[in-house]
Design a protein around this ligand. Structure first.
Ligand code: AMX
Length: 438
């Protein structure tokens, strides 16, 4: 057993004991009441999930094992000569609960490089899809094709005890994460670069190798990838991709099947697809106004027009956050250092100045501030990754780190099948009638 796996096992054993005693002493305490409105309106705010890897505060934003994004940028190990955190380090932090050393991070990088070989049939499955297939669909299909490699599925069929589940889920997690950049880069080169593929470079870290396989060898783009793959990794457990992965995993579907479920959710425009929508929205605005850089007044008018047409302003709003997303701020800081003069970047900043008061004035949007997706596309465009259809795949590669670390915890803690209660409107009407009489 590798030492990261051993450390994880030891941490999980401690946590199992702690949860057992918590449940014995406090299992009957209420976490709050559920209203009829919450049941109808996307279960907002209902506390019903345990996710150990990160916690979201509506004003402060995400904290991974207690660390904010600015803290992670400072504390996590970096690549040689780099300033941005290595996502390998965030994965270690989410899995183990402690800030890793450089050695821990190098160990994970090396493990992933060793396991990165993708079997040929996965490429054949991708090739069988029409080239016009959306990259996210290709990605989901490829993850499912890779499921043939699941050690958990095989062991489960052969018969294993519940106590061993975590072990195989951990192994699948490490292999799946190791292979995702190769699959994603393959889809990118297939769809946009005439199938002119680039072989992996085993000497590079996970993000730099991903950048290299997509065809980007600029050092500052590699830094962007390290930051991007770190900040998109996790956003506690209730968002669609994390919840879907956890839910499907609770049926003991293996990590490949569970992660594919998360990715089909990430592909939705209200979730991970928003990053491509943002850049399209900006480009459509520029085309309509016939300018490279619209003025703040023009942007304000365009936002009002978007709202009047009954459409959302992509990249703004959030189901939980009520302030500017620190993931937006981290990207803005990166852009200030690396590309402050870029016209799309400047437009993103101008939208940030004018959109919040307009959105607030509608009186219905609970969070008028930008989310992570409002900035990412502008940075990618700056470096020449211009194919916005592909952006959600990048998000997906990153999201694997959080949702699969969580899946390891789910199995290590022996979490059961998820099965919340649903009601019919008829049931609600009867309930209300009884309550009114009482
Ligand atoms: N533009 C226009 N209208 C918006 C809006 C926006 N950016 N954000 C919210 N609204 C509207 C909602 O559609 C809803 O309208 P309705 O009552 O007519 O149905 C009303 O404001 C109230 O919504 P809310 O409670 O503030 O938001 P929510 O929790 O229901 O939805 C989200 C959150 C993210 C889906 C929504 O803000 C949105 O659609 N934003 C644009 C898409 C986007 O950026 N998604 C990415 C989110 C981050 C991520 O997951 N990657």
């Amino acid at each position: 057993m590798g030492y990261v796996k051993e450390t994880f096992r030891a941490k999980a054993d401690e946590q199992v004991k702690e949860i057992k005693s918590l449940l014995e002493q406090h299992g009957n305490k209420s976490l709050g009441e559920v209203t009829i409105a919450q049941a109808y309106q996307g279960m907002r705010g209902i506390p019903g999930l345990i996710t150990e890897t990160s916690l979201l505060d509506s004003n402060e934003g995400i904290r991974f094992r207690g660390f904010s994004i600015p803290e992670l940028r400072q504390k996590l190990p970096k690549a040689e000569g780099g300033k941005e955190p290595l996502p390998e380090g965030l994965f270690y932090l989410m899995l183990i609960g402690e800030v890793p050393t450089q050695e821990d991070v190098d160990h994970i990088s090396a493990t992933w490089a060793r396991r990165s070989h993708v079997p040929n049939h996965v490429f054949d499955v991708i090739e069988s899809l029409p080239i016009s297939t959306h990259p996210m669909t290709q990605f989901c299909v490829a993850v499912l094709a890779l499921q043939t490699e699941s050690k958990f599925a095989k062991a489960y069929t052969e018969g294993i005890s519940k106590k061993q589940h975590w072990d195989y889920v951990y192994e699948d997690t490490m292999t799946l994460i190791a292979r995702l950049p190769r699959i994603a880069a393959y889809i990118y080169r297939r769809k946009y670069k005439n199938g002119d593929h680039i072989q992996p470079d085993g000497m590079l870290d996970w993000s730099a190798n991903f950048a290299h396989m997509m065809g980007f060898n600029n050092d500052s783009f590699k830094e962007l990838m390290r930051l991007y793959l770190t900040i998109h990794a996790d956003h506690e457990g209730g968002n669609v991709s994390a919840h879907a992965t956890h839910l499907v995993g609770s049926a003991l579907s293996d990590p490949y099947l569970s992660f594919a479920a998360g990715m089909t959710g990430l592909a939705g425009p209200l979730h991970g697809l928003a990053n491509q929508e943002v850049i399209r929205w900006i480009e459509e605005m520029c085309a309509e106004l016939n300018t490279q850089q619209p003025s703040k007044e023009q942007i304000a008018e365009y936002i009002k027009k978007t709202l009047a047409e009954g459409k959302v302003v992509p990249g703004y709003g959030h189901a939980v956050l009520r302030k500017t997303d620190p993931r937006f701020t981290a990207q803005m800081e990166f852009a200030k250092t690396h590309c402050p003069e870029d016209p799309i970047v400047q437009t993103v900043w101008n939208v940030y100045e004018v959109a919040p008061p307009i959105l607030e004035n509608t009186g219905k949007i609970k969070n008028p501030w930008p989310n992570v997706d409002a900035h990412s596309g502008a940075l990618l465009k700056h470096y020449g990754l211009v194919e916005e259809d592909f952006y959600t795949v990048l998000f997906g590669v990153s999201r694997a780190l959080g949702v699969l670390a969580s899946l390891c915890w789910d199995r290590a803690l022996g979490f059961p099948l998820e099965r919340p209660k649903s009601m019919t409107t008829e049931w609600i009407k009867e309930f209300v009638a009884k309550e009114t009489v009482a």
